[in-house]
Every structure is written in C-alpha cells, then in structure tokens.
Design a protein around this ligand. Structure first.
Ligand code: NAD
Length: 370
C-alpha cells in the first residue's frame, strides 16, 4: 500500500486539511505516491500548485482519487463507504461510539478503517495523537475568543486614571485543552483558577502559576489511558455546589470536562449561571458531547436572562486552521512513517503493533472490538 489520496473536506464549517504540502513532500521522498483532490488545502492556505510542487498529482473528482488510492486520508468521516475500493485503508477521525451503522457499512464494503481518536495514549504514539494536537489549539483559542468578547481587559493595570483589577478565569477540566487555556490566560495577565477530578493535575495547574480549587469528591482517579473516570450523580452534585461560588466570582469560565466515549458531565447549571455577573462569559468546550453547561448550544451563542454569554466551544481548532492543519498533517505523517515497510516499499497493516491494534477499527469485513 503506497498510493495515498487526500480528499477535500465536505463538511460546511471545516477549514482544515489532513495533509499539508510539506508532509506530502516528505511522504513522496519516502516512497509513497500521492494524489490530492483539487482545493483540498485552499481554506487552510495551501494551493493546488503547492501540492503539485511537493510531488502530488491533482485531480478534480473524488472518484478518480478513490480509483487510484489504496490509502485515503481526510479529517472527518465520510457520509458513506460508497466508491471506496475493497481493501482500501481509510484514515480519518470517526466518532466510533456514535457511528455503529457506518462502521458496519465500511466492514461490508471490505474497507479497512483507522479511527484516529483511537490511537493509544502512549509515549510512542503521542506524535500521531490528533486529539492532543487539536485540543491544545482549541484550548488556546477558547481564551482568545472569550477575551475578545469580555467587556474588560485581562491584565491588572495601574494608571493615573485608576487601577484595573485582573480578569478572573476559571478552567474546569485540565486535560490538554485546559492546560493550554490556563497557559494562555496567564500569559494575558489573568488570575486563573482550575479544577479537575484527576488528582495528578493539581501539580500541573500550580506549575503554570494558577490556583487549584480543592473539592473533595471521594474516590476519583483515572483510567490506564489517562482519561477521567465517570462520576456518580452524587459526586457531580457535590462538584456543582463547590464550584458555584468560584463561577459567581469569575469573569470567564471555560469548561473542557469530558469522559472518553461517554456523555460529558453537566457541571455549570442554570442556577450557577444565574449567580454570575452580567457580562461574564462561559465557553463550553464539551458542547459536542452533551455539554458541561446547561443551555449551551453547539452552533450558536446563548445569552442568559442575567446577561451571561455562553459561547459554543465546538471544534475551535477550525478557527486557527493553518496551524491545526499543520499539526493534523504531522500526526498523519507520523502514522504513515511508522507503518512504512521499507523492504516491501509500502505501508504494512501490522495488527501485532500496539498502535495499529488500538486504532484499526474495521478490517477483514468485520468491526473489530464491538
Ligand atoms: P479529555 O478531553 O477526555 O477530558 C478533559 C479533561 O476533563 C480531563 O483532564 C478530565 O480529567 C477532565 N474531567 C472529566 N470529568 C471532569 C469533571 N467532572 N470535573 C472536572 N474535570 C473533569 O482529556 P484529554 O485532554 O484528552 O487528556 C486526558 C489526559 O491524558 C491528560 O492527562 C493528558 O496529559 C493525557 N494524555 C496522554 C497522552 C499520551 O501519553 N500520549 C496523550 C494525550 C493526553
């Protein structure tokens, strides 16, 4: 397998591309043959000419790419497996927990499927981890977005005309996105507090110069992959009550609390929003998986009756698409490089490799690991 086709994204709001010319050039040098659908990089600032100069053949119709390729790459899952040849290796994000019928369709079409969210969280696989690369940019952008809408500035300012106190920012959920949000808010001069259910996070929060909010929820911990465990309804209630006061004193609250493969916990209720100051801003970065904030909406801003603005934190990496594409492409490049078999001059689907075993979700006509 060495013929790689990069598809143009079809989702209306998608701005990124899964491979950038720099990586196309490196793959071509390694021995891969590349074909790119015309316009694939346009919205992230890469022209067809740049892809051609990097060694790719440009085609207009997706059918031509499908006919050529034995590896197809894109950011988002396609609507169907139609047109893909048997034995094609399809690589994209896939939302495997919510797309069971589509997984079956891929299995029936005889296509092999790598779901990039399922890349294991190991040191070796870190460079292939799209969740981390995209979440760090999204965490940065959540702060920039909120800062631009806040009716006050972030840093403390002492001037002859008066003293301005620093903005107060509260980050709930300190994984990859939350850590970047803390770092960005600190750089802009805010006073930052944060909370996460995984106890290991406290040190990381402090090392960024932020304050860790202590809430005793009893038994918590994390999974082997480093993800949070799901809380009980009682624990969520304790967390809500303990956070209410911090939220009411904050100018910006950014929530990033997710539980892998499950619905996100509701952590900021209507009652808590009602106690916040007018002009405060809440960014819900878990909005696509059920939301951490009551009343948040994936596609639009919501104002509460008391003047709190709830911003959707859905796929914020799409606003910084140049860097997001570069990083996503770096992740795909690392994967294609890792599985390159120099003897046979092609990619080897090696199921004995722990990374492949983790992210290959369809093969041999079957959905693996139902
Ligand atoms: P995530 O997107 O699944 O969740 C975001 C954060 O929300 C997590 O920190 C989680 O603990 C937290 N959370 C969940 N429920 C919560 C609640 N009720 N209240 C407050 N916070 C809550 O997580 P993520 O950002 O993808 O990363 C999770 C961990 O995995 C991090 O420690 C990260 O460093 C680690 N990681 C490791 C690798 C690797 O080793 N290759 C790669 C990526 C991430």
């Amino acid at each position: 397998m060495k013929k790689v086709f990069l598809c143009k994204e079809i989702e209306k709001d998608e701005t990124r591309t899964a491979l950038v010319p720099m990586d196309v050039k490196k793959l071509a040098a390694m021995g891969y043959e590349l074909m790119v659908q015309s316009g694939a990089g346009a919205s992230s600032g890469y022209s067809d000419e740049e892809y051609a100069a990097a060694g790719a053949k440009i085609v207009q119709a997706i059918e031509d790419g499908y006919a050529f390729a034995d590896i197809v790459v894109r950011i988002n899952k396609p609507e169907s497996a139609a047109g893909l040849k048997r034995d094609t290796l399809h690589i994209s994000s896939f939302d495997v927990f919510n797309e069971k019928p589509l997984l079956k369709e891929f299995a029936q079409a005889g296509v092999k499927l790598i779901s990039l969210e399922m890349v294991p969280r190991t040191t070796l696989a870190q460079k292939m981890d799209i969740q981390s690369s995209q979440a760090s940019l999204a965490g940065y952008y959540a702060v920039i977005l909120a800062a631009a809408r806040l009716p006050k500035i972030f840093p403390m300012m002492m001037t002859p005309s008066g003293t301005i106190s620093p903005a107060k920012v509260f980050i709930i959920g300190v994984g990859v996105a939350g850590l970047q949000a803390i770092a960005t808010a600190k750089r802009l001069g805010a006073r930052v507090e944060a909370f996460d259910t995984r106890p290991v996070v406290e040190e990381q929060v402090k090392s960024l110069g932020a304050k860790f909010v202590k809430i005793d929820l009893g038994e918590m911990g994390q999974t082997e992959q480093g993800y949070a465990k799901e809380l009980t309804p009682e624990q969520i209630k304790i967390q809500q009550n303990a956070q209410a006061k911090v939220c009411s004193q904050s100018d910006i609250v950014i929530t990033t609390a997710k539980v892998f493969g499950r619905k996100a916990p509701l952590l900021v209720t209507r009652d808590m929003l009602a106690q916040m100051k007018a002009g405060s801003i809440v960014v819900d970065m878990a909005v696509s998986t059920g939301g951490n904030v009551e009343g948040s909406h994936p596609d639009e801003d919501v104002f509460t009756d008391n003047g709190v603005l709830i911003i959707s934190g859905n796929t914020l990496e799409r606003f910084v698409q140049r860097d997001a594409s570069n990083m996503f492409s770096g992740n795909i490049f690392a994967l294609l490089e890792h599985f390159w078999d120099n003897e046979n001059k092609g990619l080897k689907v090696d199921i004995s490799d722990e990374i492949m075993a983790g992210c290959l979700v369809v093969a041999d006509g079957k959905v693996l690991r139902e």
